[in-house]
Design a protein around this ligand. Sequence first.
Ligand code: XBP
Ligand code: MG
Length: 236
Amino acid sequence: ELKALLFDVDGTLADTERDGHRPAFNAAFREFGLDWEWDVELYGQLLEVTGGKERMKFYVERFRPDYRKPADFDDLVAELHKAKTRHYTELLAQGGIPLRPGVKRLLEEARAAGLILAVATTTTPENVTALLKHSLAADGADWFAVIAAGDIVPAKKPAPDIYLWALQQLGLAPEQCLAFEDSENGIRAARGAGLKTVVTVNEYTRDHDFTGALAVLSDLGEPGAPYRRIDAADEA
Ligand code: XBP
Ligand code: MG
């Protein structure tokens, strides 16, 4: 019997990457006097690595062989990430990023039906609570029984750890839950934890490999703007 819905955040609840996280990283780089600038296309490549700190390190390794790392590089990355979180949560506080189509309706209907809601994401906890507060409802964070986020587990998606941690906190088996994801890293994490997974794609993820998905959809749909079933369309 279905007991709980588990949601990824970035790309699934809201399209946060291109116009949210990306400009927040760039603002942090400028603040620290770095000539790093992530455009929309490059950012798509950087999304291969989940987690903001991990993504900055990946950028330096892969794209900036010219950059001379200071001895305290890890500390610099941590400071940059704090600044990035500040810029990002400021943007969210201005109501800067709406939820994706159908998300609020599904959350409301699931609650009304007595389903438990949870979050499993690699993003920083403050980012999740800010999005839920400003884009869902003032008490939006309270709608969720468990918010599994960020560095709470060391191995980020595509590792299943964050989903396993959330399931443990919920005291539920994977068969009792359904996960919602938007990316290949995300579905690998959810499937790795044994979860059935519905995928809603976005601009950055529509060409990803969603092997094992229960369904791949354009979005969750709204009255008058139904979702499209992308996996079925591919096979037809
Ligand atoms: C989301 C991410 C996150 C955000 C940035 O992946 O990769 O890293 O881009 O978050 P998923 P932080 O949707 O698969 O969880 O900067 O707070 O780490
Ligand atoms: Mg995601």
